[in-house]
Write a protein that binds this ligand. Structure first.
Ligand SMILES: [Zn+2]
Length: 408
């Protein structure tokens, strides 16, 4: 392609305005047109025209009169949460979920499935496709517009493949998006789990709406980061930005399956935590992650000491992240951060304050996730919704077509 810059055609501008208005409605629930115009920085006539189109498509509905601060009455509008939905599929190393959301990204139903250790990637993916098909059928006649899928990284967005899933094999051979699209018959959009987490934090926490650079660090069965710059994900060449789990904090450390040594996720993932607790306690029957988490909550001294060291190592990874991207906000989320969130936050903040460039540390907020625990599923739904909302005429008849049909 011989393109040196990105220009905007009229249709791009219309698509962007539609997206902005639908995202505002998604965040606000019921809202009058005048408020939408003010918040989007658009003329009221533009908002009136676009919302008329939404109402014709059935995406938006009028909800009756609202009374404003000066006693003025105006008609409120909201997304149509009764007739449409979005499917979110969330794949992790040991489980997957399928969830139906409404257009305001509220979950309507979630089904969870465990993945046995000896089950092949192919078999798991086939079960996942069946579970996705079944939940879509069970929610008929609700029209499921699209499916968003959250996958563990490193995931190559460009090549549509999981490049590596530590501790498993076979996933790199499956073209996830294409197969799922064929099975479901609706558009499917895949996104790396940490990116989904970042989208959920950015869109669902009003505190972060205007954050310039937000980083979400997923500390689960692996470790990865999703980074949002002015509302957009930073993807990188292959879409694999944010693989901090495979950045080294010890170049003489143990070898990792990625080819590096001393990778962060081998020191501070929930998988690493479970392994360290088992190595230290040597129980007759190996402890699961939940067993190790219970011991930590009950105050077991050995487990507590291991956890605090783990938090320091996570802190070392976060210092690298701060020095590389200079985020305004870093949010810690996923499995391991839910065990003792306040203790982890305190320990990580302390480590960062001792090891980070002072000016950077003073201007970086580190927080725990305040949105739903399954922010990957929410982010997967937001991914699909963002794609649909920004290309509406691919899914709904444009006005000319409707007029033509009426004339016929
Ligand atoms: Zn690695």
């Amino acid at each position: 392609m011989d393109r040196a810059a990105q220009g905007f055609n009229q249709s791009d501008i219309v698509n962007n305005n539609r997206l902005v208005l639908l995202q505002l409605l998604c965040r606000q629930g019921v809202c009058p047109r005048v408020k939408l115009a003010r918040q989007a920085g658009l003329k009221q006539s533009t908002v009136t025209n676009i919302t008329a189109e939404f109402i014709r498509w059935g995406l938006v509905q009028e909800t009756g009169f609202l009374t404003g601060s000066k006693g003025r009455r105006s008609i409120g509008i909201s997304l149509n949460n009764d007739d449409f939905g979005i499917l979110a599929v969330c794949l992790a190393r040991t489980w997957f979920t399928v969830t139906v959301f409404n257009l305001s990204v509220s979950p309507l139903e979630q089904r969870r499935f465990e993945i046995p250790g000896d089950q092949s990637a192919e078999e798991t993916f086939s079960l996942l496709c069946t579970a996705a098909e079944t939940i879509v059928k069970d929610h008929a006649p609700r029209r499921i517009l699209a499916c968003g899928m959250s996958v563990p990284g490193p995931y190559s967005f460009i090549n549509n493949r999981i490049a590596l899933m530590t501790g498993t094999t076979g996933w790199d051979a499956i073209p996830l998006r294409n197969v799922l699209r064929e099975r479901l018959g609706i558009p499917v959009f895949t996104e790396q789990d940490a990116n989904c987490g970042a989208l959920a934090q950015y869109w669902l926490n009003p505190d972060f709406y205007s954050t310039l650079l937000l980083a979400y660090v997923a500390v689960g069965q692996g470790v990865g980061a999703g980074i949002i710059d002015s509302g957009r994900l930073i993807r990188g060449g292959l879409g694999m930005t944010g693989e901090i789990g495979h950045s080294s904090i010890n170049f003489e450390g143990p070898p990792c399956t990625c080819g590096n040594r001393g990778c962060l996720e081998n020191y501070c993932s929930s998988t690493a935590f479970t392994r360290m607790v088992n190595e230290a306690l040597q129980p007759a029957v190996p402890l699961s992650f939940n067993d190790a988490a219970s011991l930590l909550r009950s105050g077991n001294e050995t487990v507590m000491a291991l956890f605090l060291t783990l938090c320091d190592r996570l802190g070392a990874g976060i210092v690298n992240l701060i020095n590389t991207f200079n985020p305004n906000v870093i949010i810690l989320g996923d499995e391991l951060t839910h065990v003792m969130p306040d203790l982890m936050l305190r320990q990580v903040r302390e480590y960062v304050s001792l090891h980070c460039i002072p000016e950077l540390k003073e201007n970086t907020r580190i927080e725990k996730s305040l949105v739903a625990k399954d922010s990957f599923a929410h982010g997967a739904a937001l991914t699909a919704l963002g794609e649909i909302f920004s290309h509406l005429t691919d899914y709904f008849a444009p006005p000319e077509e409707e007029e033509k049909e009426e004339r016929l």
